[in-house]
Design a protein around this ligand. Structure first.
Ligand SMILES: Nc1ncnc2c1ncn2[C@@H]1O[C@H](COP(=O)(O)OP(=O)(O)OP(=O)(O)O)[C@@H](O)[C@H]1O
Ligand SMILES: [Mg+2]
Length: 525
């Protein structure tokens, strides 16, 4: 890109490094390139155009897309095992809120306690006050388990869906609901074995784990004998035996070459006196079809419950639910909607949405720190009799009291980046000014203009920002460069000034790419 810029022969200095650029790469989020979106800026514009209303018909990602994204790699598994472990889930911050937080209905981001309460409410490991948007799925699972318990019959269920769609969280809730129901109905409570298969030292260890629940006198760690003991147990009639609810999360970890473990596990529910309710959870939608063909031929195929990717409306609702524990609004509504829209379009992963929202709070925190620093500098200058304290930074410092859409845009840019945005951000400054001038000019109905008209707009921007403007010849050669880069579309005319010129990229991409630089932000406001 810079080489093309040089081709234009412009003696223009490179663009200042913008905040999104500075942040790029600092994030550990491993979003695959293919999930890259059109741009954040487009979504900002769309959100604003539509008055912030979230489009429920926005594109969803089928859980099938997860087939290749099954989290099999050990590092992610370790991370997820920790995150998923219910015992490690922190309680929602609501109950632990200090009085100072509850008394105040306006968020003060300068208060470290309030800041950390907001971040905690959005932390993946914080148990949310409710599991919204998964009522239907939970009901299907609960009804299935209830049926098994009422009739004292074994059964198997397979829960699938993309990462971060609330499968593990919902199962926690289901467990609670079932125990409550059995208590209310005066039924015998089932024995519950909930395990994350990634925590097993070997795949066959699952059988000894199940066996250990029965507290039989002689136990062995040997897979065959543990499995055989279970098979024997479920072949014999014994009235007093309790139902056993086995929740096997990250079930795909049990897939072996010969598929024996997975197969034997599900077969346990087909023994005549089995009292096993097996609930397997994994990402792949067709795991049961692919790995359990014999079960199908035996007519014992598990019931399947699919967790679809969250829609923008659902993500917003979940975020609101989680933020409800705070007595003050932390985000401007548009900011949450933008996040929801972008995450839903990419994967519908709630983990990602939470991470981006926390990132947006970090952006606000950084802005505050920057403002405080500038204010301190101004005060220092004032002490030295150089300048008054009423700098724009000082008044801004007073204003910041919520996470705005621009903070969210920056946070999103850490996760999803558009190539157009990257291109614009590394352009020389005057080419960025040309794009900025075009955005200003095309803000009305006008879709194209002449090079001469655009030059006038460019001169205005340069004048208002006290930047020496390039002459017309240089300007038109920069327009050609931008045309070559696919950012502008230049028509034909004998006279340069009369050539028609239009934007070839979304105006929102330009706004997004440039808004990290204060000079452009002011100019585009
Ligand atoms: N409906 C919801 N309400 C509140 N928080 C949610 C909801 N769904 C997901 N989350 C948040 O997202 C995190 C991830 O959800 P969960 O662990 O249930 O995903 P998963 O579907 O099991 O993903 P994976 O396939 O990667 O294991 C949860 O810890 C929770 O913080
Ligand atoms: Mg999970």
């Amino acid at each position: 890109m810079p080489s093309i810029a040089k081709r234009g022969g412009s003696p223009i200095s490179p663009a200042p490094k913008s905040l999104p650029e500075a942040l790029a790469g600092s994030d550990g989020d491993s979003t695959p390139q293919k999930r890259k979106l059109r741009s954040h800026a487009s979504a900002v514009a769309a959100a604003l155009r539509e008055g912030g209303a979230v489009d429920p018909a926005a594109k969803r990602v089928s859980p099938r897309r997860c087939l290749n994204q099954s989290p099999n790699t050990p590092p992610k598994r370790i991370e997820k095992a920790v995150a998923d472990k219910p015992s490690k889930l922190k309680k929602s911050p609501a109950k632990g809120l200090p009085d100072s937080l509850v008394a105040d209905s306006k968020w003060n981001p300068r208060d470290p306690q309030q800041m950390s309460a907001a971040k905690e409410a959005l932390h993946v490991s914080t148990l949310p006050p409710s599991v919204s948007c998964r009522e239907n799925e939970q009901k299907m699972i609960v009804d299935f388990c209830k049926g098994c318990i009422e009739h004292g019959k074994a059964g198997s269920l397979y829960i699938c869906g993309c990462p971060g769609t609330g499968k593990s969280l919902s199962m926690e809730k289901v467990k609670e609901l079932l125990l409550h129901w059995t208590q209310e109905a005066g039924l015998q409570q089932p024995e519950v074995l909930a395990l994350n298969c990634t925590s097993l030292s070997s795949t066959s260890e699952i059988f000894s784990k199940i066996l250990s629940k029965y507290q039989l006198p002689k136990m062995t760690n040997n897979r065959t004998s543990a499995l055989q003991q279970l098979q024997k147990l479920y072949s014999e009639k014994q009235q007093s035996r309790k139902m056993m609810l086995i929740i096997a999360d990250e079930l795909d970890y049990l897939i072996t070459k010969d598929r024996a473990v997975l197969h034997d596990l599900f077969m346990l529910t087909t023994f005549p006196f089995s009292k096993c309710i097996l609930v397997g959870i994994a990402n792949a939608i067709d795991l049961a079809d692919r790995f359990l063909p014999r079960l199908q031929s035996l007519n014992c195929k598990p019931t399947i419950v699919t967790f679809r990717a969250y829609s923008p409306v659902q993500i917003v609702r979940i975020l609101h639910e989680r933020l409800k524990v705070l007595p003050y609004p932390v985000f401007q509504p548009h900011a949450l909607e933008l996040c929801a829209r972008k995450v839903a379009a990419a994967s519908g992963d709630m983990r990602k949405a939470l991470c981006i929202c926390r990132g947006a709070i970090d952006m606000l925190e950084m802005e505050l720190q920057e403002s405080t620093r500038s204010t301190n500098l101004s005060m220092h200058d004032e002490e030295k009799g150089q300048q008054a304290v009423t700098t724009p930074e000082f008044s801004k410092l007073q204003e910041i009291d919520a996470v705005r859409i621009d903070h969210m845009v920056l946070a999103l840019s850490r996760t999803f980046r558009s190539p157009v945005v990257d291109t614009i951000q590394i352009l020389p400054q005057h080419q960025q000014i040309i794009l900025c001038s075009a955005v200003k000019l095309f803000r009305g109905r006008q879709k194209d203009t002449t090079v001469g008209e655009l030059y006038k707009s460019y001169l205005d921007v340069c004048k208002s920002t006290h930047i020496p403007a390039a002459g017309f010849l240089e300007f038109s050669s920069m327009c050609r460069v931008l045309n070559d880069q696919g950012l502008l579309k230049l028509g034909q005319s004998r006279e340069d000034k009369l050539r028609r010129i239009a934007l070839k990229v979304d105006e929102a991409d330009i706004t997004f790419a440039l808004q990290g630089v204060r000079f452009f932000r002011n100019c585009l406001q």
